[in-house]
Design a protein around this ligand. Structure first.
Ligand code: SAM
Length: 245
């Protein structure tokens, strides 16, 4: 791929999933130096920038890069309509950073279409890596890490969920990665109940509120999880290893 260096660069910038101190120096420098920041929620990202300026503004000042960024809304609904606008900015030579509300953009968050459209046009895309809940959960789960399968949120439709859980059980024994799901708190009971129906009362790991004050990595059977998280609150990642089923 040959990049056109007259165009701007699209930086995919990871931001903290709960603990602001997890921001990287490179993320700070990028956010303070780009022309445009595309974000899911301009208010939330505006507050993040204010806090970063307060705490780490000296990093930007020393690098002489404290510019004024324009925030452009880029959420699930607007990804389709805003992509051409952001591509236009990049083609005009403006540098654009993409952030999501938390963690790594494109990971169960918008951005795939923008990245693929940018690459088609020879625009340079760089990733500024950082926190992502799936990896934080995996590495603290105690489950095998040599292979893992991140499946995002389980399907909305019951039949699709059942089919997916069934297909995990029938994977070849040589191909048993640790499975990682994201889960909204109000869906936790339904997902655990469906898992139990299809897979039995299997051992699972639930990582909750990672990097936050009430961080918890819980291990037990799905039936126990239903009792333990009777009133689920916060953000959840569910992990399981088919080897232990
Ligand atoms: N892009 C993000 C990332 O890199 O992890 C994920 C965004 S997705 C819309 C939000 C989901 O990620 C939540 O519903 C939850 O499953 C998971 N998540 C995000 N932050 C978390 C945290 N601090 N602890 C546990 N899970 C978290």
């Amino acid at each position: 791929m040959r990049y056109n260096y007259c165009m701007g660069t699209l930086s995919i910038v990871s931001t903290p999933i709960g603990n602001l101190a997890d921001i990287t120096i490179r993320a700070i420098k990028t956010l303070f130096s780009v022309d445009i920041i595309a974000c899911e929620d301009t208010r939330r990202t505006g507050m993040l920038l204010q806090e970063l300026k307060k705490r780490y503004g000296s990093i930007a000042l020393h690098s002489n890069i404290l510019s004024t960024q324009k925030l452009v809304r880029f959420d699930d609904r607007q990804e389709q309509s805003q992509t051409p606008l952001l591509i236009e900015y990049l083609q005009q030579g403006k540098n654009v950073a993409l952030v999501s509300d938390a963690g790594t953009p494109l990971i169960s968050d918008p951005g795939y279409k923008l990245v693929s459209e940018a690459l088609k046009r020879g625009i340079q895309v760089v990733s500024i890596p950082g926190p992502t809940a799936a990896i934080a959960a995996l590495t603290s789960s105690g489950l095998p890490t040599n292979q893992f399968l991140f499946l995002g949120y389980p399907p909305e439709k019951e039949k699709h969920r059942f089919d997916l859980f069934q297909s995990l059980l029938t994977m070849k024994p040589s191909n048993h990665p640790t499975i990682i799901f994201y889960c909204a708190p109000h869906k936790l009971h339904q997902i655990l109940t469906d898992m139990q129906t299809v897979m039995g009362d299997i051992p699972i790991v639930i990582a909750r509120e990672l990097t936050k004050v009430h961080e918890e990595v819980w291990r037990g059977k799905s039936s126990e999880a239903l009792q333990k998280f009777e009133n689920p609150q916060g953000e959840f990642v569910i992990l399981l290893s088919i080897n232990s089923v």
